[in-house]
Design a protein around this ligand. Structure first.
Ligand SMILES: [Zn+2]
Length: 258
């Protein structure tokens, strides 16, 4: 794939920034401390905010996977909307409702669907279902929680969004093969997280098993670094990678993704 014209930056948690010659987008930017301020004092960021939302003024798209505030942030999205006059925000129904509550103009809000959105020549984005923790559908017939596939000249990069694994999710993803690279959450669901109302995602082993089964070439783990109670350790991720015979390459460096 042509690497030189497109770059990615990991923003922490599930946040991704992508810039090409003719377009730019973010997925789930969490550029604030709203989780600590609005939800729980102990949910402090472990890593700094990579840049402030009011420093960004050439963003074209934001793709939001679901309405939890570490993905659909009331202290990030309205500021990005104010500073970026051509910005469109795309998301599932519950996300769109929140955006309207935050007075984001209706003409900037777009319904997420499996229909391909054209970002530029030969570059498309479309949504896929996620199970967080179960696959459920909104009144508009689309899933409540989603992931995204970015297609660049026919090559696909997968962002599963927050998801658990089910046969339905795996078979839906198999419908998009081949997939080159994937950004996969690795903050497992477990008893202690569930007890305090945190919905975990795939475990490291589940995310790796998924990548193996889908013959994905490169895996970039996400959603492990931001909050202590919902984290995985980088050494743990690397140990699970080294300890078994996986077919994919593991990377923490966005340059290696495509
Ligand atoms: Zn999440």
């Amino acid at each position: 794939m042509d690497k030189k014209n497109i770059f990615f930056k990991y923003l922490g948690q599930s946040g991704i920034f992508c810039k090409g010659d003719t377009f730019s987008f973010m997925i789930d930017p969490y550029l604030s401390n709203s989780v600590e301020e609005l939800e729980a004092k102990d949910l402090k960021r472990k890593i700094p905010i990579p840049f402030k939302p009011n420093e960004i003024n050439d963003l074209d798209w934001i793709f939001v996977t679901h309405e939890h505030i570490d993905h659909c942030d009331p202290h990030t999205l309205p500021i990005l909307e104010k500073n970026n006059k051509n910005l469109k925000i795309v998301g599932p129904e519950k996300v769109r409702k929140k955006l309207m509550e935050w007075d984001i103009p209706a003409n900037k809000i777009i319904k997420a669907s499996k229909k391909k959105l054209k970002l530029s020549e030969d570059i498309f984005m479309y949504s896929i279902p996620a199970a967080h923790p179960k696959l459920t559908y909104a009144l508009d017939g689309e899933p409540n929680e989603i992931g995204w596939i970015l297609e660049i000249k026919g090559k696909k990069i997968l962002f599963t969004g927050d998801t658990s694994l089910t046969e339905e999710i795996i078979s839906s993803l198999k419908g998009y093969l081949p997939i080159e690279s994937a950004f996969l959450p690795v903050n497992e669901d477990n008893f202690f997280r569930r007890r305090r109302g945190i919905i975990g995602n795939m475990s490291i082993r589940e995310a790796f098993g998924l990548a193996d089964e889908l013959n994905i070439k490169t895996v970039f783990p996400v959603h492990w670094d931001l909050f202590d109670v919902n984290s995985a350790l980088i050494d743990e991720i690397k140990a699970v990678y080294r300890g078994y015979q996986w077919k994919f390459a593991l990377t923490f460096s966005c340059e290696e993704v495509i």
